[in-house]
Ligand binder design. Sequence first.
Ligand code: HEM
Length: 231
Amino acid sequence: MSVATGVIMLPRTSIGKKVIMAITGLIWVGFVTFHMYGNLKILAGAEYFNAYAEGLRSLGAPIFGHGHLLFVARLVLIFSLLSHIWAAVTLAMQARGARPRNYALKKSVQATFASLYIRWGGIALFFFVLYHLAHLTWGVPGINNHFIPGNPYNNVVMGFSSGPAIVFYYVALIALSLHLYHGVWSMFQTLGLNSKEYSSMIRLLALALAVVVPLGFAIPPLAVVLGIVTL
Ligand code: HEM
């Protein structure tokens, strides 16, 4: 089999799908970590935060035009998300097809719980991202009625002036935490970096991300509620 054929066939194998999940998951881990860090700039005030958001649009200038690199980043994110979901769904279907009848009895309670929360948490996160885009990127009427294009500081402050929005975000952050913990751990397994001597380090890294990223995200809504970040 030629290298080209091998590459084309890889996504059909279960290890190929796992590699796709690991790489696309890593892209999203990088994005959420950077996004969480960027959001914390809201604590420095409207001018600073809006300048940061505008800075994202002028990334790569003068080589890239206004918003062009951001556009490429968005394409990569969307492509990664769709590939991640495709690989997860087809892997689950393969596993169901290959599973012997009495498999359910043999599964440990822990494994069942992990696969349940990773699947349902993943579905919840997908719908959260759609809601979040409608809330803070597109400003869909009825979801964020006080949206001002080009003024993310205003949109975040007004967006978190409603109780249900905060509840949605915090529930999503719990799902994100569990997904990060299990996902980062699985990613290392897939990429073969799971030798015994690194096992506790990998668990620690997964735990650190699962705690630090959601906690960082939780700060801006809390700062709005406490009146630390105001219009
Ligand atoms: C409380 C937590 C969060 C806050 C305050 C927040 C804030 C924002 C804001 C203000 C924007 C619009 C940026 C702009 O138009 O310049 C945005 C975009 C976005 N956020 Fe969040 N975000 C939060 C959590 C999350 C989480 C947990 C995820 C993913 C799981 C996420 C994924 C995205 C995505 C994909 C975009 C679109 C990026 C783009 O295309 O420019 N956000 N967020």
